[in-house]
Design a protein around this ligand. Structure first.
Ligand SMILES: Cc1cc2nc3c(=O)[nH]c(=O)nc-3n(C[C@H](O)[C@H](O)[C@H](O)COP(=O)(O)OP(=O)(O)OC[C@H]3O[C@@H](n4cnc5c(N)ncnc54)[C@H](O)[C@@H]3O)c2cc1C
Length: 419
């Protein structure tokens, strides 16, 4: 390691949504603390804007996540680009059916009139969080450097970075890994993962609509996986489409006209003709759960801690729940004068988040198995179940509160209060 060894209170490896949100939350909670975010990619707004042009993913952000982004000051610049989802339609009709009946439809609001979810493009979200982080004087941003390992000492942790200028070292009381699903630091900590791959790929793209969507989202369950239509501002929609791996490869290899025809076949024609309004991309889908969320002076958040099937659009929301819980645990410990990197403090975070992440991953896995299936007896039972849900407004309200991220032991930030 190099000789330079700068000292911080918290070093966050990974400047994705989870890492940047955590930096903002901690900067507000620990007013004079020095926090730094390190990312292998450049951490600039221009970089985020460029990434937005090639990254077609859009997220269904929960009402809780929106409340948190409001407290962190990222929501005002994001609001104009966020589409509230007013209602959700669920169907599992065959693509050959001339008429596609909606099996379940529900009003997507909580607490009177607050939308339970908002659709936001990934690039816009990252740009807003980068701007919020850059505005806070106690946050340092180091782009273009990889965190490759760390060592604990009695009163701190040394983090090894590799960048254009070779190896450098940072010191901190706590290191948080927000470095995504492959998480090099999780591996460096010796924390294993339970992981399985789905034989499915996630395809995303953006389409332009002839007729207004009125804020309605659609989840169309098809035998090879769900096809989700997520409304975006300006008569556009984001498509998140799970497809059998081999067929996904063939579809992605088509020219624009062929690709659009495949999208249109699944989209249907109730909003008139559709056009391609953005690039396409695909992801290999897996489920993974870290075997532990903490070690000495070390914690995992976001996809570094867990990855779930996108069937319910909850991966990032779970990561933001980690962020809110960890920020609260650290803020409470600092108020009591405790060592924020000690295992005794971090254990509260692990207890709080571990069960919820595991249960969510299992639930989304089960949903995928139940719905990505065309076995007739199962399909009949499933349609019967959905028919019952359609007749039970109380149950629908429960599902909406869950999607809004406002059920269970909700951290302060997700309730719209400072950590
Ligand atoms: C097809 C698809 C659709 C989805 N839809 C939704 C949805 O609708 N709603 C939802 O809530 N979630 C959704 N998700 C999940 C969501 O995309 C992820 O949960 C979320 O992006 C994870 O954010 P993160 O900040 O934890 O990790 P990432 O976004 O992966 O960020 C990790 C960061 O760490 C950096 N990094 C990596 N290694 C290092 C290193 N060694 N040193 C320094 N930096 C490093 C990377 O450059 C990156 O910036 C979807 C996922 C897929 C695949």
């Amino acid at each position: 390691m190099g000789a330079s060894s700068e000292c911080y209170d918290v070093v966050i490896a990974g400047g994705g949504t989870a890492g940047l949100a955590l930096a903002c939350a901690l900067a507000d909670a620990l007013e004079t603390a020095r926090i730094t975010v390190v990312d292998r990619a450049p951490l600039s707004r221009q970089g985020a804007a460029k990434e937005a042009l090639t990254e077609p993913r859009a997220f269904a952000l929960s009402a809780g996540a929106k409340r948190m982004l409001t407290v962190l000051g990222a929501w005002p610049s994001l609001a104009a680009h966020a589409q509230p989802v007013t209602a959700v339609d669920i169907t599992d009709s065959s693509l050959e059916d001339a008429f596609r009946p909606v099996l379940v439809t529900y009003d997507n609001t909580v607490d009177g009139a607050e939308p339970a979810t908002y659709i936001v493009e990934q690039g816009r979200l990252r740009e807003a969080l980068l701007a919020a982080a850059a505005e806070r004087a106690t946050i340092g941003l180091i782009g273009g450097a990889r965190a490759v390992g760390f060592k604990c000492h009695e009163h701190g942790v040394s983090i090894e970075l590799v960048g254009r200028d070779g190896h450098t070292c940072l010191r901190a009381a706590l290191l948080v890994a927000a470095d995504g699903r492959q998480s090099p630091l999780r591996a460096a900590a010796g924390i294993g993962v339970v992981r399985w791959r789905y034989p499915q790929s996630g395809i995303t793209t953006t389409v332009g609509l002839e007729q207004p969507h009125a804020g309605r989202a659609t989840q169309h369950f098809l035998p090879s996986g769900p096809f989700a239509i997520l409304p975006l501002p300006g008569d556009k929609a984001s498509i998140t489409w799970t497809e059998d791996e081999e067929r996904a490869r063939a579809i992605l290899a088509l020219d624009d006209a062929g690709f659009l025809a495949e999208v249109a076949k699944r989209f249907g024609y109730r909003l008139g003709a559709i056009t391609l309004a953005g690039p396409r991309a695909s992801w290999q889908l897996d489920m993974h759960l870290a075997r532990a969320l903490i070690a000495e002076r070390f914690a995992l958040v976001g996809d570094a801690a867990h990855g779930v099937h996108p069937i319910a659009g909850q991966g990032l929301n779970l990561g933001l729940r980690d962020v809110a819980a960890l920020a609260e645990v650290i803020a409470d410990a600092a108020r009591l004068g405790l060592d924020i990197g000690s295992v005794a403090v971090l254990e509260r975070y692990e207890r709080w988040r571990r069960l919820d992440s595991a249960l969510s991953a299992a639930a989304f896995d089960a949903l995928n198995r139940l719905f990505s299936n065309d076995w007739t007896p199962l399909r009949s039972a499933r349609d019967f179940g959905l028919g019952l849900v359609e007749r039970m407004p109380g149950l629908k309200r429960l599902f909406v509160a869950e999607a809004a991220g406002l059920a269970g032991d909700v951290p302060r930030l997700l309730r719209g209060k400072p950590a």
